[in-house]
Design a protein around this ligand. Structure first.
Ligand code: NAI
Ligand code: MG
Length: 488
């Protein structure tokens, strides 16, 4: 009885609200396109709203670029490439990139708050992960700018020219940094399109780039929808396309680029396995599972969305997991205590709900903790499905939300078969005390990144990318630089 009372008290205990201030944020009512170092209206004078998914309020209007606007951006990028950027010494190029990195650091708080308002991710993550990592990407590649001859020994690295870059909504500023920093360091000029639900931090980055004095046309930011992206992909005067987003759109882009001289890198979806062996440090593994699937509401291409637990510890792991997710705080993304923020868009929330219904219909065991969810905004509680069949749709398709499928295994061979039995191959996690087992699995798991006793660790110096339908090409590190040069 005493124990019961105590538990009740604990579950009734609440954090006081701790919202990050937005008073220092200035957003324009309406954003223009950033082309040739200037803010210009879209030719068609069309605009679309950018919504805060936690409040459903429109926080700014964004320009909808069409073919003509993309054309202008490519012409500006070509001119800047021919006349300025490719003529500049590599050390000078590096200085500009360093300056952008430092100015981003100076405006880190503003960037973090806008990232959270526009995309719904918890401020804790945008402040501690997205923005610092984005700055670090610029710092890292700034360092390579004047060292290209050492980066690829005995080979000559030349820029490609104008690169078109299309990014998704899950890490808006970070993806812009992953794309722009190596492209500039290698001497290319850029036309970048942010995702339609999260354009604002890329536009803030355009302001920073402008203030840095980067020559006009070296970076152009055009906002819009899929057809704006397609205009970039199909533009005849672009030398390379870099895309991060869904596998479906990746396939369209690959077909569009086939037979042209455009270089292509694709970073697509995933359905990554997080594997827990019985000798793993269980409490740490539980934290790793939480981080693997609930980080950024599960809107992570490398999310550890398929959990494999060795049968002997399955009950224990699932019990601890249920206990742990009952203390996750779902709600206001601007609150510093929030663990799970808002789902990025209404459309994505509908997709996630559709998959949850499919999971229930398929007969998997469904679990959501009793947690309070705000009345407005797009929210989804952390969700577990156990007893999931390998063939089940929720174990095969990318859900891109806070939904984890749980399967068990007995032997190494069995888990390898199950983990690799997916069209994707982006990432994996292995939790075990045994070093030899880690080495055995890391060589046999068909995944671009394999984490051992950790998950979702990123570093600008470390290459990231996939196999199979997760795409090809690497971002980060020297590999990421290679994607932006011609070697001879
Ligand atoms: P998406 O792939 O349509 O969007 C990504 C970017 O591509 C956006 O900037 C979009 O405007 C652009 N785009 C769309 N169609 C295009 C086209 N034909 N040509 C050129 N660019 C185009 O992703 P969406 O529709 O926002 O999300 C759908 C699903 O895709 C999600 O539920 C998720 O499963 C997956 N996804 C995966 C991502 C990853 O990083 N693995 C990122 C975003 C979405
Ligand atoms: Mg938005």
């Amino acid at each position: 009885m005493a124990k019961k009372n105590q538990q009740k008290k604990v579950s009734g205990w609440e954090y006081s609200p701790s919202p990050e201030s937005t008073s220092h944020i200035s957003l324009k009512k309406r954003y223009q396109l950033y082309i040739n170092g200037e803010w210009v209206n879209p030719t068609g004078e069309r605009y679309f709203p950018s919504v805060n998914p936690a409040t459903e309020e429109v926080i700014a209007e964004v320009s909808y670029a069409d073919q003509t606007d993309v054309d202008k951006a490519v012409i500006a990028a070509r001119k800047a490439y021919e006349e300025v950027w490719s003529k500049l010494s590599s050390a000078e190029r590096g200085k500009y990139i360093y300056r952008i990195a430092r100015m981003m650091q100076e405006r880190a708080r503003e960037l973090a708050v806008i990232e959270t308002m526009d995309g719904g991710k918890p401020i804790r993550e945008s402040r501690d992960i997205d923005v610092p990592l984005a700055c670090n990407h610029f710092f890292y590649y700034a360092g390579w700018a004047d060292k290209l001859e050492y980066a690829f020994p005995n080979r000559k690295a030349k820029p490609l020219g104008v690169v078109g870059q299309i990014i998704p909504w899950n890490f808006p500023l970070l993806m812009a940094a992953w794309k722009i920093a190596p492209a500039l360091a290698a001497g290319n000029t850029v036309v970048l399109k942010p995702a339609e639900t999260t354009s604002l931090t890329a536009l803030k980055l355009a302001e920073i780039i402008h203030d840095s004095g980067l020559p006009p046309g070296v970076v152009n930011i055009v906002t819009g929808f899929g057809d704006t992206g397609a205009a970039i992909v199909n533009h005849k005067d672009i030398n390379k396309i870099a895309f991060t987003g869904s596998t479906d759109v990746g396939k369209i882009i690959q077909r569009a680029v086939a037979g042209t001289s455009k270089k292509l890198t694709l970073e697509l979806g995933g359905k990554s396995a997080n594997i827990i062996f019985e000798d793993a440090p269980i409490d740490e593994a539980v934290e790793g599972i939480i981080n693997g699937i609930f980080f950024n509401q599960g809107h992570v291409c490398c999310a550890g969305s398929r959990l494999f637990v060795q049968e002997s510890v399955a009950d224990k792991v699932i019990r601890k997991l249920k206990h742990r997710i009952s203390s996750l705080k779902v709600g206001d993304p601007l609150d510093k205590n929030t663990d799970i923020g808002a789902i990025n868009s209404k459309a994505q929330l509908e997709t996630i709900r559709k998959y949850i219904e499919i999971g229930k219909r398929e007969g998997a065991e469904f679990y959501q903790p009793d947690c309070a969810i705000p009345g407005t905004g797009y929210f989804c509680p952390p969700t577990l499905f156990s007893n999931v069949a390998q063939s089940s749709i929720i174990a095969q398709e990318e859900i891109f939300g806070p939904v984890l499928t749980i399967q068990t295994f007995r032997t190494v061979d069995e888990v390898l078969q199950k983990a690799n039995n997916t069209p994707y191959g982006l990432a994996a996690g292995v939790w075990t005390d045994k070093g030899s087992r880690i080495f055995n699995l890391t060589t046999k798991l068909r995944a671009g990144v394999v984490w051992a006793n950790t998950y979702n660790k990123f570093d600008p110096a470390s290459p990231f990318g996939g196999y199979k339908e997760s795409g090809f090409g690497r971002e980060g590190g020297l590999h990421g630089l290679e994607a932006y040069v011609k070697l001879s």
